[in-house]
Write a protein that binds this ligand. Structure first.
Ligand SMILES: CC(C)(COP(=O)(O)OP(=O)(O)OC[C@H]1O[C@@H](n2cnc3c(N)ncnc32)[C@H](O)[C@@H]1O)[C@@H](O)C(=O)NCCC(=O)NCCS
Ligand SMILES: Nc1ncnc2c1ncn2[C@@H]1O[C@H](COP(=O)(O)OP(=O)(O)OP(=O)(O)O)[C@@H](O)[C@H]1O
Length: 220
């Protein structure tokens, strides 16, 4: 088994790369999706978030108000993202470890890809990222492209007022600031640049797949 961490800042194209790797046969675990599942009513993570952040983050139907939670988490005057991370990240990392352990038994030759913007910074308090992954792939794109992709996704095709656009851009910058990757971390990564058109990304992913295959079960 090869355990690959797939990272890159928001809007860099990680999910697109994950999808392409899955088409080659990789087993992909998405941290964002796992986090969302654990934040559903009835889950321990949901209860811990409501206990910390209060009833103001609960919508009338009982689900979490993600927009309000994001506002509190990334509030520039009083950010609480570390508090939120301390609840969600250990649970997500623990679930990933359990799923990878299961795959070791059922599919020992699997190439497992864990997708997360926070591969280097997310902690469960115990296991350093070096012990959780055999190789890290970093997807990069220019800052302006990443912000534009976030604004486009968040507005879902709606026309934005200049004030709404400015708010979304500020939200994007606040999230990106929490994802910055240091040159020391980058030096550990296989870097995939994604500033061009999709076919050139696809060609790079084809090469990446061959490189990962050639690693076998070796740590990079
Ligand atoms: C703040 C929340 C409620 C915002 O929800 P929203 O639906 O707007 O965003 P979504 O979860 O789809 O994330 C979109 C992107 O935001 C960025 N982002 C999310 N959480 C964080 C964080 N803690 N730090 C930095 N960037 C983040 C990531 O690039 C992510 O891909 C949510 O992202 C959250 O609970 N974050 C904390 C837990 C977390 O880190 N989740 C992501 C991986 S487990
Ligand atoms: N090379 C490309 N050309 C055109 N569009 C692209 C390219 N790469 C990615 N995209 C588009 O940009 C958007 C963001 O890409 P993607 O969701 O893969 O990024 P991400 O890094 O996973 O972002 P996030 O962390 O926000 O989930 C998507 O709509 C995707 O289809």
């Amino acid at each position: 088994m090869l355990r690959v961490g797939l990272t890159g800042e928001m809007g860099s194209g990680k999910s697109t790369v994950a999808r392409l790797l899955a088409e080659h046969g990789a087993v992909v675990l998405s941290s964002d999706e796992m986090g969302r599942t654990m934040m559903q009513p009835g889950q321990p993570v949901y209860a811990a978030i409501v206990a910390s952040f209060g009833p103001g983050v609960v919508q009338p139907d009982g689900s979490l108000d993600r927009r309000e939670l994001a506002r509190l988490a990334f509030d520039p005057a009083h950010p609480r993202v570390e508090e939120l991370n301390a609840i969600v990240h250990p649970a997500v990392i623990g679930e990933q470890a359990r799923q990878i352990e299961g795959l070791q038994r059922t599919n020992p030759n699997a190439l497992v890809v864990v997708e997360s913007a926070l591969i280097f910074s997310a902690r469960d308090g115990a296991t350093p990222w070096r012990d959780r992954f055999d190789a890290i792939v970093l997807v990069t794109a220019p800052e302006a492209v990443k912000i534009a992709r976030f604004v486009r996704r968040s507005s879902a095709g709606r026309d934005l007022t200049p004030a709404e656009r400015a708010m979304l851009e500020a939200d994007a910058r606040a999230r990106l600031a929490k994802q910055a990757i240091t040159p020391e971390q980058r030096a550990h990564c296989l870097v995939l640049e994604n500033s061009g058109a999709l076919p050139s990304l696809e060609a790079r992913v084809n090469e990446l797949w061959l490189t990962l295959q050639s690693l076998g079960n070796q740590k990079l």
